[in-house]
Ligand binder design. Structure first.
Ligand code: SAM
Length: 271
């Protein structure tokens, strides 16, 4: 038990499982390959076990912590900047890398928030099942909206498994360390917002035929002429399932749907 933290005070709503295994902390830090000129962002500093190691290696360390008491304690670590607040709401400063044992309840939102910023790499701890969805191959049960949206603008690699004995209190789930590297868009997407909505809509029907899934997406996204797109697709495509399509194939369908959507807007605007 880390000093100063009473077991009963661990807040479930904030996913407070603190890393107590020094070897795992060393491993995370070494994966990040930090140089003394870099600014590091840590989400959820907790009791500071990882924070203290990071602080020794980088130029500047900014730690975001939602729990006021923990944020106050983190302020006693020399040379770091502590932002007390919700990582989903606070403005991130410019940073080179992010190294964090993430609060699992915000894994998805915080990952997409991070990817809106330029940085070279993230070394991040996630729940194992979440990480499996991040890296899943098309056609597998874990392949999801998360996989497709992440593959559009990043590369994800699972680096190591972390047993629950590395934490206090022990979480009920297994964890893994992941490397997240932002990239340029890896395939063409005409409109980012439409693409994300399209992927979401398609995956509500992940095991239906593509024909059925496209008709649902058309309703959800107000694409009135989806029949035209369906008519253009070969029959063997229409019996495929959304979870079998590669991210690039989904992007192509999204782009075609977006063009139909834009064309219909133009028609409505014409006198
Ligand atoms: N980094 C520490 C460690 O490895 O021991 C703590 C990791 S613990 C899994 C997650 C930390 O994130 C907790 O300290 C929790 O209070 C904090 N946290 C939870 N939700 C947060 C949020 N929305 N924004 C910022 N911090 C949050």
């Amino acid at each position: 038990m880390p000093r100063g933290i009473d077991r009963s005070s661990h807040k479930v709503k904030w996913g407070q499982h603190f890393l107590i295994d020094d070897q795992i902390i060393e491993k995370i830090v070494s994966y990040a390959d930090i140089t003394p000129t870099e600014t590091i962002l840590e989400i959820g500093g907790g009791t500071g076990n990882l924070t203290r190691k990071l602080a020794q290696l980088c130029y500047r360390l900014v730690v975001v912590e939602a729990d006021r008491q923990l944020a106050q304690k983190l302020c006693s670590i020399p040379g770091i900047d502590v932002l007390h607040g919700d990582a989903l709401r606070v403005e991130f400063p410019p940073f080179d890398k992010t190294v964090s044992n993430l609060p699992y309840q915000i894994s998805s939102e915080v990952t997409f928030k991070l990817l809106k910023h330029p940085f070279t790499c993230g070394v991040l701890m996630y729940q194992k099942e979440f990480a499996q969805r991040m890296v899943a191959a098309p056609g597998t049960k874990d392949y999801s909206r998360l996989t497709v949206c992440l593959s559009y603008m990043s590369r994800v690699k699972v680096l190591a498994r972390v047993p629950n004995t590395a934490f206090n209190p022990r979480p009920a789930v297994d964890s893994v360390i992941v490397k997240l590297v932002p990239t340029k868009p890896r395939f063409e997407v005409l409109n980012d917002v439409f693409f994300h909505s399209f992927v979401r809509a398609l995956f509500t029907q992940r095991r239906k035929t593509l024909r059925a899934a496209l008709l649902v997406a058309a309703q959800l996204l107000d694409v009135q002429a989806m029949d035209q797109l369906i008519a253009k697709l070969p029959q063997h495509w229409l019996v495929r399932r959304p979870y079998e399509l590669s991210p690039e194939e989904i992007a192509t369908l999204s782009n075609d749907s977006f063009e139909l959507h834009e064309a219909q807007k133009t028609r409505v605007q014409q006198p």
